[in-house]
Write a protein that binds this ligand. Structure first.
Ligand code: KG4
Ligand code: ZN
Length: 335
């Protein structure tokens, strides 16, 4: 049987990533992170696209080298079609289109948020269908009802900020560099999550809101810093632990509600924020308490990576779901 060897590209935000997958196994997964944004407190879109143009060829060459494959072995090229930053998506998308055309092989478009969910099929244990996936990233916060590899529905979403933004904006207020999520996670590990309390939103159904928390944290820090200018430095760990605990509590209450309403006990987390140690531990505890089968991805498959694009492309390949070279790349793409 000929092998299905796919090259996948992810460039939706500030990571340039390439992966090779052979018969549904991710063999190489390489990412070039962009450090230029740290000093600006967020991703600068124009700089991100320029960095992608520098990184894309060396990252692809290295991913193919590590997987020990050459261009003639490839059966298709996959890329992230959206959602994401337009300039960033265009670099990966145009590279994939050009390469597929040059090699005269099919092209596969992948939805970035579907790919975060399908990252669970890279390694064992793989979830059973149907399952619920809390997909939490810098731009999205969703509860996804996953019926099959290519059949999924968003049953809860944020009405304003994403969970990752709540982490990153809090970090910015604490004068921590971008992306602040991992740093809040680090400081929170030695902090007291009960020291400060922040309000949780009252939103109907399975939707989320994080903008109120952001304002709550801002006013709290302004008030305390007026009384004591070193308040942040002296209480950094407790502030991080308390904000993180509030974000986790907002997420977990809705996830529990979704499980109760759907009767589904196979529960996964995905996206950059699923790398958060507090969220990972809390999900495991909820799993034990509620008899859930929980699925937590390996760290390398939480944040943006081409491995998740490759595995998604594999399932599309098996179903002959290819796209044409003129498919538009979309900053906003319906789920
Ligand atoms: O999925 P991702 O890599 O990119 C998007 O598609 O947005 O997610 C990036 C987000 C950022 O907001 C980052 O701060 C957050 O994931 N993040 C974390 C952690 N690692 C990454 N948030 C909390 N704790 C972490 N350990
Ligand atoms: Zn992402």
């Amino acid at each position: 049987m000929p092998e299905i060897i796919l090259l996948a590209i992810e460039s939706s935000c500030d990571d340039t990533s390439a992966a090779v997958c052979v018969d549904g196994k991710v063999i190489s997964n390489l990412t070039a992170n962009q450090k230029v944004h740290e000093q600006y407190g967020g991703v600068v879109p124009e700089m991100a696209s320029r960095e992608h143009t520098k990184n894309i060829v060396p990252v692809v060459v290295e991913a193919m080298k590590q997987a020990n494959v050459t261009a003639k072995d490839l059966k298709a090229v996959a890329f992230t079609r959206g959602p994401g930053l337009m300039g960033s998506l265009l670099v990966g998308g145009m590279f994939a289109k050009s390469y597929a055309q040059a090699l005269n092989i099919p092209l596969i478009d992948v939805h970035h948020m579907h790919a975060h969910v399908l990252a669970h099929f890279i390694d064992e244990p793989k979830p059973n269908f149907p399952f619920l996936c809390l997909t939490v990233s810098g731009g999205h916060t969703q509860i996804v009802l996953v019926k099959d590899y290519l059949e999924m529905e968003v049953i809860g979403t944020t009405i304003d900020d994403a969970a990752g933004e709540a982490f990153d904006k809090t970090a910015k207020m604490l004068q921590l560099p971008y992306p602040g999520g991992p740093l809040i996670d680090k400081y929170a590990q030695t902090g007291n999550p009960k020291r400060f309390s922040f309000s949780e939103p009252q939103i109907d159904g399975l939707d989320f809101s994080f903008s109120g928390l952001k304002t709550n944290v801002l006013y709290f820090l302004q008030k305390e810093s007026k009384l004591n200018p070193s308040f942040i430095q002296e209480n950094l760990n407790d502030i991080c632990a308390s904000v993180q605990q509030t974000i986790i509590s907002i997420l977990m209450k809705k996830l529990l509600k979704a499980s109760q309403e759907t009767g589904i006990n196979d529960i996964a987390i995905a996206g950059g924020v699923s790398a958060n140690s507090g969220l990972r531990n809390t999900l495991s505890e909820f799993g034990k308490k509620n008899n859930w089968n929980v699925y937590i991805p390996q760290f390398q498959y939480c944040t943006d990576n081409a491995g998740m694009i490759a595995i998604s492309a594999y399932y599309k390949y098996l179903r002959n779901e290819f796209c044409t070279l003129d498919i538009p790349i979309k900053a906003r793409l319906e789920f």
